[in-house]
Every structure is written in structure tokens, then in C-alpha cells.
Design a protein around this ligand. Structure first.
Ligand code: GRG
Length: 282
């Protein structure tokens, strides 16, 4: 996976040097690699091959990296640290960081459209592209981010925080799993079970993220902690309290694991990722 990403991000002909450097910096840092693992694990759980899902896994990682680069910008979170290193705009300047994010996103869709490498039918590839585009577009990540920014400093209710987290984080996680599952040949009842699994672990992931912003360690997380409180951000702990947030995340993961009951041992990596979502400290 790492090798595939490095190869993809070696300076392709015609790409300006600084842009290529900023794209590599955004993607190849010490992240947890969860989106790409979800694509591969989703494919394997359905009996598909991880190698066929590789281009989509790389694409998910590029989109994720783009969202982090843009999320850190002064107009958004104005963060100095990401993955234990200075954020992209601190290293390359704001304009290059924005453009590197843009280029990573379009590159991701270019990879997803490479039918020769993926080797499944064009209709499945089209469906995966469509799902990923919706998940990270105005109805998904971007919309969630907008409502998140609008909610800073305001009192919000549980419905609104669930909306923000589902859109901002959950949709992309669910789409990564579904894209892998689609490439793995999953359909019908099993695909629906995967979808419920994705919905539930997606929301759990962001609730745990909120909790870690309060109780996590800066050296584990590789970013500034307490930034949600400082910016008066809407979070699960601020709406439901810490204890209730923990219970909600744990109930979501427990329910998610039940959705996979009809899957055999090939779904073990997916189950392990769900458990990690709850236990993680970074
Ligand atoms: C790029 C789709 C897109 C939208 C642009 C900036 C923005 C609009 C949306 C913000 C989306 C965002 C950054 C949500 C937070 C999700 C989150 C908790 C990310 C951290 O994920 P980890 O912990 O990161 O998996 P690592 O570093 O491990 O890869």
C-alpha cells in the first residue's frame, strides 16, 4: 500500500516540483491509514481480492489527505500540527497547500476511473465513483464541515451534532467500506449489512475523536489537543457529556459488529478495525 502510494506520488511528468512535494507531504505522513484499510478489508470481507481494490484504496487515502490539508487551513481549523509535523500550509504556504489538496482530490477520481487496473465491470466502477463523490461532496464531508463551522460557539442539540459527524466523517468512512465491498462483488442483503456497519463505525469514529481531543495525549495524537474546546466547537462531549459519549460510541461499535454476523473469517480485519476505532488513543 505504502509502495503503491509512493509510486503514484513520485513526480509525474508535467507536475510542478513544489506541487508534487506538497502532495507527497500531505499523503505520506505517519497517519493511521484507516480509509485505505477499510477499502481493502471491505473487499476481502466479501471474498474479493485486495489487489483489485488497491487503486480505490489509494484514492480513498488521497481524498482523506486532501480533507486534512484543507481542514488545517487558517480559514478552517488554523492548525499548526498534523501527524506530529507542521501542517502543509505552514511548510508550503497557503496557496500551494490549497492547490495540493485540490490536485489530490482530482487525482483520486482519476485513479478510481482506471478500469484496466481495477479489472471489474465499468458499471461497478461507476457506482463506486458516484458513491465516493456524493460522500465527500456538498451532501457529505463538505456539507458537514460547513455546518460544523457554522455551529462554532453555538448551543446545538444531539440531532445537529449527529448530522455534522455523520456528514463530516461518517460518509467517507462508509463510502470507503462500500467501495471495497462493491469491488469485492458484494450485493443485496450483504451490501446493506456493510452499509449499516459503515454508518455505525463512521459515527463512532468521530465521537471517539471528540473524546480524544479532551483526554488524549498530544504526543499520541500528533496534533494540538483541546482545540475543540478552544474554538467552542460542537462535539459529542459538549452536547451529551463525556460518559454518555463513551457509551454511545461503544454501543455503536457493538451494533456494527452484529451487522457482520453473516460474514465469515474473511471479515476479521474489518471487525478488528471496528474494535480499534473504539480503543484507539491516536
Ligand atoms: C476533502 C471531502 C473534503 C472536504 C473538504 C476540510 C473539509 C472540507 C472537511 C473536513 C473533514 C475532516 C477533516 C473531518 C475530520 C475527520 C477526522 C477525524 C480526521 C482524522 O482522521 P484520522 O484520525 O487521521 O484517521 P490520520 O492522520 O490517522 O490519517
Amino acid at each position: 500500500m505504502e509502495r503503491a502510494l509512493r509510486l503514484l506520488l513520485e513526480r509525474p511528468a508535467g507536475v510542478p516540483r513544489e506541487l508534487a512535494r506538497a502532495m507527497r507531504y500531505g499523503v505520506l505522513g505517519p497517519g493511521k491509514s484507516l480509509r485505505r484499510l477499510l477499502v481493502l478489508a471491505g473487499a476481502e470481507a466479501c471474498g474479493g481480492s485486495a489487489s483489485r481494490a488497491l487503486p480505490l484504496a489509494c484514492a480513498a487515502e488521497l481524498i482523506h489527505a486532501y480533507s486534512l490539508v484543507h481542514d488545517d487551513l487558517p480559514a478552517m481549523d488554523d492548525a499548526d500540527l498534523r501527524r506530529g509535523r507542521p501542517t502543509s500550509h505552514r511548510v508550503f504556504g497557503e496557496a500551494t497547500a490549497i492547490l495540493a489538496g485540490d490536485a489530490l482530490q482530482t487525482y483520486a477520481f482519476q485513479l478510481m476511473a482506471d478500469q484496466d487496473k481495477i479489472g471489474v465491470s465499468p458499471s461497478i466502477i461507476l457506482q463506486a465513483i458516484h458513491e465516493m463523490a456524493v460522500a465527500v461532496g456538498a451532501r457529505g464531508t463538505v456539507g458537514g464541515q460547513v455546518v460544523d463551522l457554522e455551529s462554532e460557539g453555538k448551543e446545538i442539540d444531539e440531532k445537529t451534532i449527529e448530522y455534522i459527524h455523520t456528514r463530516k466523517t461518517g460518509e467517507m468512512i462508509k463510502a470507503s467500506i462500500r467501495c471495497g465491498a462493491l469491488i469485492g462483488g458484494c450485493e443485496g442483503e450483504k451490501l446493506e449489512a456493510m452499509t449499516r456497519f459503515g454508518d455505525q463505525i463512521g459515527l463512532a469514529f468521530q465521537i471517539v475523536d471528540d473524546i480524544l481531543d479532551i483526554v488524549g495525549l498530544e504526543e499520541d495524537l500528533g496534533k494540538d489537543i483541546g482545540s475543540d474546546l478552544e474554538k467552542k466547537k460542537a462535539t459529542y462531549p459538549s452536547v451529551l457529556g463525556m460518559e454518555e459519549s463513551r457509551k454511545t460510541a461503544s454501543a455503536l461499535v457493538e451494533s456494527a459488529l452484529k451487522q457482520l454476523s453473516s460474514f465469515d473469517e474473511r471479515a476479521e480485519p474489518l471487525r478488528a478495525i471496528a474494535e480499534f476505532f473504539l480503543a484507539r488513543t491516536n
